[in-house]
Design a protein. Structure first.
Lengths: 659, 344
């Protein structure tokens, strides 16, 4: 075992050596085949069970099984947990678990000075060092001097631990992640039993595999005791956070969207039809819904993105709640069909789990750059409502809201999430479905104008009736061609097109949405930081910190991106300056300027990484430093932040590496 | 089709109050009338019938049929129809498309609706031209077709709609043409077939591709150039003086002379609509050396897509209660009381 203690001034405490900190950031990094996401997921659960608040950030390569040991094959999972409210995955980790040289190389730069590295020496072979482009072994050459280091042969220890179960070395090494998890559970004083139960359930049919994994977990845990005696490892107990009492679970955005759609369909009293086509990171929603057929859900994996939305529109036409989901490139393909749903005024929910673009872009990385596409991106004057989720648990609420608007206004609705929200997990106070007001749908059953059927006769909200084929006496035709008022007969006449364009716009503009509230802070002040979507966490933390320092900053987080809340302009008028941090080149800033004539300023980041709190701290500070003209701007890519630049792209070295 | 109680209707019941806006003399009029004449004979219910179309001249069809109708977007009608059938399998769905809509922009969807075997009738109006966009060549245009987009003549090989359908896995393939008196019989057979029923209907575009099918469709000499297939009947044409036989050495069809009505002696094949190999040969047989094969070429049903989906949905739901509160609280949960958390 190689251990080393960081060079540090005598009065500078080790992390955890003194009183337990309020929050700790741990990053697990390994080869994409090492099971880091699973390790992170289970550590998340144990953290939640310990009563800590938490936020996670999974980062995995675009390649399913990138060549072993390579820099671009590194998969990482970061968790921030503590005894205070946690809303981001944290900026810099306190602890890095590096399962191989590539994982160390791509992640160690992010580690806080004095932080702890746990490394598996069994993987620091000459070959793996070469793959990671290390000339000498960093565990031995003193290059990690500013960190604490705990390096030992996890591979050998795992093989030893699972020996009684008669597994070959290759199978035995599969339990390495459980060994590591055992050590992590020891470090943070966690109960192993829920994990043991989970392993036994997961490998119900293979008791020897379950037993081997449990043995590895226990061995890692036992090792903690030994290491504590002789090295830098210290056991930390993070106090539980004061939470609202109730039943909790962890939830990812993909789960939240799926559950929210199920709830929304139930509140509308409708069966749901989900049309999807495989695409990262949206496929998870299809995978969740396909297992919920007893809720009246039909799922359909279509031949392409276009067929997925068209089938969903067909199902809506036939009286179900049509839903489709995709990511940017797929949404682009669905655009023409969205126009038809707008023109025929049929309900539809379209979920966009945004990823970096344009084109294929960054399939597994996050971005908020499809806002223009959602708001403006269709041929013709084609307005539709756009709403955005701010966190994994918020997706549940937003999905219900999307179902409500779609069915109450007979319109397609775009729900924006992103790669970060879709994959990240957080604790969720399980809501009571009875607390949500139902919005039951009433289909037209008989003619609505004496002896005449008027399929496009609008009610006071501008909504036309929903008429299911199969209803006696209400036969009619709909389509994408401009149509006469009320009757819906084909009519291209100038006055008709003008009137219908106005009516379609008025319907969307008039959608009832709640007034915008200030998320944190006062209703007036020097600076409003306005966000939408997954920037919620870092903005909220940065504004909280700034307010603690006495700065007159407020956080305003917008869910209803289109149409905007009616009071938003007036609210923003109460602030001297408006800053809009976005993971794009300033799209919501443009919408705010366009709609509200507000002088919104941009803080942009397009590196495929979420904002770090520190970046927002710095941006907010510029509004108070008395130097005019330096506000806003662009945040550079951060090579130490997740996702790492090496992960998730084919940099050509695929060919260079022999299997 | 679906097993519904027959409804008494007349041709008039299937006509809308909308003015039909095809060019005078267009073959679409004849097809519309054939369909409107056939629907009452099928006992179809207008309230339970949906005509779905894409974009093109043919796709205006739903506006003229007094039933439910959905005029969708270019090429995608099969996807809309699939969603409609999955949402409500009891509906009678007719899909109207053309050679451009169905085989060019919508080729992918046509392939998959056939492969999946969604229970509906597909009427593909083939006029070998883009009519609504003023006469460009289409994927079924013959080599050398001169159009505004191919002033020197088209050079790409045309698609064969029935061969495409069979290749995609269709379990019912038939052919007819706009003014044919036999078209209602073909429509009835398609309706009777459980599953995706594909009918290629040759349609005369009198403005941009006039009389392009005259070589077999014109009444004069029709019997020499049309082979009307009937299940269980020998493949005879030209007044029974000629027939189709199998060249057993080359494994291909051949035309044989039938002397004195003794077709058996001539080796003429008896049409078996369940014979997929012969169906492939019939749709590939080049017109000219062979007569145009018309009628029901292939009809061998298999379980339908929406039937399988409905059954699987029912099986997966059996004994499972749709309890939302339980669903939300699923997985590994914990209860917070004050500050302590307990696993549940």
């Amino acid at each position: 075992m190689a251990t080393q203690t960081a060079d540090r001034p005598a009065d500078s405490p080790r992390p955890g050596a003194a009183a337990a900190p309020e929050a700790v950031v741990v990053r697990f990094a390994g080869d994409s085949g090492d099971g880091m996401q699973l390790t992170g997921g289970q550590f998340t659960l144990s953290t939640a069970l310990a009563g800590n608040d938490l936020a996670t950030f999974p980062d995995f390569p675009a390649e399913i099984r990138a060549p072993q040991g390579t820099l671009f094959g590194v998969s990482a999972f970061q968790i921030n947990f503590g005894s205070t409210e946690i809303e981001t995955a944290g900026d810099a980790p306190d602890v890095l678990v590096a399962m191989n040289p590539a994982a160390l190389k791509t992640n160690v730069g992010a580690l806080k000075p004095g932080g702890l590295i746990i490394a598996d020496t069994g993987e620091f072979t000459k070959r793996n060092l070469e793959k990671a482009k290390y000339e000498t072994n960093p565990l031995e050459d003193g290059s990690l001097a500013k960190w604490d280091l705990l390096a030992f042969d996890i591979s050998a220890l795992t093989i030893e631990a699972v020996k009684p179960f008669g597994l070959g070395n290759k199978d035995a090494l599969r339990s390495k992640n459980m060994w590591t998890l055992g050590l992590a559970l020891w470090m943070f004083d966690r109960d192993r039993q829920p994990l043991i139960d989970w392993l036994n359930a997961k490998f119900k049919g293979k008791p020897e595999i379950a037993a081997a994994n449990v043995a590895a977990l226990n061995a890692g845990h036992a090792y903690g005791e030994t290491a504590e005696l002789s090295g830098p490892l210290k056991r930390l107990t993070i106090a539980p956070i004061e939470s609202e009492p109730g039943l909790y679970r962890t939830i990812t955005g993909a789960e939240g969207v799926s559950l929210g759609l199920v709830a929304g369909a139930q509140l509308a009293g409708l069966p749901m039809f989900f049309g999807g086509y495989p695409i990262t990171p949206a496929s998870a929603i299809l995978h969740h819904l396909v297992r919920l057929k007893e809720f009246g859900i039909t799922t359909f994996q279509a031949e392409d993105e276009i067929a997925a939305i068209c089938a969903a529109i067909g199902a809506s036409y036939a009286g179900q709640l049509g839903v489709t989901s995709s990511s940017g490139p797929g949404i682009a393909l669905k655009t023409e069909a969205m126009g038809l749903a707008i023109m025929t005024e049929l309900p539809l929910v379209i979920v966009n789990s945004q990823r970096g673009g344009p084109s294929t872009g960054l399939p597994t990385k996050t971005e908020q750059s499809d806002l223009y596409q959602a708001v403006y991106g269709r041929n013709g004057d084609a307005p539709l409502p756009v709403i955005a989720a701010r966190s994994p648990s918020d997706t549940f609420e937003v999905a219900i809201e999307a179902c409500r608007i779609a069915t109450q206004y007979m319109t397609p609705v775009i729900l924006l999430t992103d790669g970060y929200i879709a994959n990240a997990a957080e604790p969720w106070l399980v809501p009571d479905p009875a607390a949500y007001a139902p919005f039951p749908v009433a289909f037209l059953e008989e003619k609505n104008d004496g002896d005449t059927l008027l399929p496009f006769k609008r009610d006071e909200n501008g909504k036309r009736p929903w008429i299911k084929p199969g209803t006696p006496g209400l036969m009619h035709r709909i389509g994408g061609i401009e149509k006469a008022i009320d009757t819906g007969h084909i009519d291209y006449s100038p006055a008709t097109h003008q009137a219908q364009t106005d009516a379609r716009k008025a319907k969307i503009d008039g959608i009832q949405i709640p007034d915008q509230e200030v998320t944190l802070g006062d209703t007036t002040g020097r600076l409003a930081v306005v966000g939408w979507g997954s920037t919620f966490g870092p903005i909220h933390q940065a504004v909280r910190r700034a307010r603690k320092r006495g700065l007159a900053v407020s956080h305003i987080h917008v869910r209803h991106v289109w149409p905007l809340p009616k009071n938003l302009g007036e609210l923003l008028g109460g602030f001297d300056r408006v800053l809009v941090p976005e993971m794009n080149t300033g799209q919501f800033k443009t919408v705010l300027r366009d709609q509200l004539y507000v002088n919104a300023e941009s803080l942009t980041k397009t590196s495929g990484q979420p904002f770090a709190i520190a970046e927002l701290d710095a941006a907010i500070a510029k509004f108070f430093d008395g130097i005019p003209g330096n506000e806003g701007g662009e945040v550079d890519a951060d090579s130490t932040q997740l996702p790492t630049p090496e992960s998730g792209h084919d940099d050509g070295s695929l060919k260079a590496v022999q299997p | 089709m679906n097993d519904m109680t027959p409804i008494q209707t007349t041709l008039k019941d299937w006509e809308t109050d909308q003015e039909v806006r095809w060019c005078p003399g267009c073959g679409d009029y004849a097809i519309l009338k054939a369909v409107q004449r056939t629907l009452p004979q099928l006992g179809a219910d207008p309230a339970n019938t949906v005509f779905v179309s894409g974009i093109g001249c043919s796709s205006r069809f739903p506006y003229y049929v007094e039933s439910y109708g959905f005029h969708t977007i270019h090429g995608r009608a099969p996807a809309f129809a699939t969603g409609i059938k999955l949402a409500n399998p009891a509906l009678d769905v007719w899909l109207v498309t053309g050679d451009g809509d169905g085989l060019s922009i919508g080729g992918n969807h046509l392939m998959h609706v056939l492969r999946r075997n969604v229970n509906l009738q597909i009427l593909l109006f083939n006029n070998e031209i883009y009519g609504l966009t003023k006469g460009q060549y289409s994927p079924t245009s013959r080599i050398g077709t001169t159009t505004p987009s191919t002033p020197q003549g088209s050079v790409d090989r045309p698609a064969n709609p029935c061969a495409f359908a069979l290749g995609a896995g269709a379990r019912f393939v038939a052919r007819g043409f706009d003014v044919s008196k036999n078209l209602p019989e073909v429509l009835k057979a398609a309706y009777a077939h459980q599953g995706a029923a594909f009918i290629e209907i040759f349609q005369n575009c009198v403005v941009y591709n006039k009389d392009v099918f005259n070589d077999f469709a014109q009444p004069k000499g029709a019997d020499d150039r049309q082979l009307w297939l009937e299940d269980g009947q020998p493949m005879l044409f030209a007044g029974g003086t000629k027939g189709i036989a199998l060249d057993r050495d080359l494994l291909e069809l051949k035309v044989v002379d039938v002397a004195g009505g003794d077709w058996e002696a001539a080796g003429v094949i008896v049409h078996n609509a369940r014979n997929r190999s012969i169906a492939h040969m019939l749709v590939e047989a080049p017109f000219g050396p062979f007569p145009m094969a018309l009628g029901v070429i292939y009809d061998d049903p298999r379980p339908t897509f929406e039937g399988a989906v409905t059954e699987q949905n029912a099986q997966a739901s059996a004994g499972r209660e749709p309890n939302l509160a339980k669903l939300l609280a699923k997985g590994q949960t914990w209860t917070v009381t004050g500050t302590a958390a307990d696993p549940v």
